[in-house]
Design a protein around this ligand. Sequence first.
Ligand SMILES: *[C@@H]1O[C@H](CO)[C@@H](O)[C@H](O)[C@H]1NC(C)=O
Ligand SMILES: *[C@@H]1O[C@H](CO)[C@@H](O)[C@H](O)[C@H]1NC(C)=O
Ligand SMILES: *[C@@H]1O[C@H](CO)[C@@H](O)[C@H](O)[C@H]1NC(C)=O
Length: 137
Amino acid sequence: MAMFQGFVLQVILIVLISGSSADQHLLPAPENISMVSINLKHFLHWDPVMVDGNVTYSVQSQGEFESVYMPNNWYEPENCQEISAHQCNVTDEVSATVLYKFRVQSVLGNQLSAWKELEPPFNRKTSKNYACWLITY
Ligand SMILES: *[C@@H]1O[C@H](CO)[C@@H](O)[C@H](O)[C@H]1NC(C)=O
Ligand SMILES: *[C@@H]1O[C@H](CO)[C@@H](O)[C@H](O)[C@H]1NC(C)=O
Ligand SMILES: *[C@@H]1O[C@H](CO)[C@@H](O)[C@H](O)[C@H]1NC(C)=O
């Protein structure tokens, strides 16, 4: 019985794995990933993909330390998962003046696009400063 259950589980897993890989990359990835950073508030932007259906987008980030020592470790900013907007506030992801990688993926039902990375990676020292009188005006 246990062996049979194991077999069924394996079949289900194989179906799930082949199903998801078959679906992968039919969906175009978001393009033109860019960072708009003003007064140390950082917003990742991308162009929406033009396909029928309610496409959403998910963002992942990776600090310089992880990039070097744990390249498979990506953070998933909570406020940037499966969102329909094509920008996201990633201010909280950037806690040091080092390089941060960001990447975006399109999601439609069970279809996932390839990841598209921000090039080059972001450093908050490039944040633009606007004087307070300009924004409180
Ligand atoms: C990316 O931006 C450029 C310039 O704004 C534009 O010409 C191009 O069509 C954009 N790419 C996509 C895939 O939207
Ligand atoms: C997209 O979502 C809206 C609102 O949630 C819904 O009315 C619409 O039918 C959806 N469109 C598709 C193609 O799923
Ligand atoms: C973006 O996030 C930061 C940090 O959580 C917050 O201080 C800021 O008000 C947010 N900006 C907008 C426009 O949501």
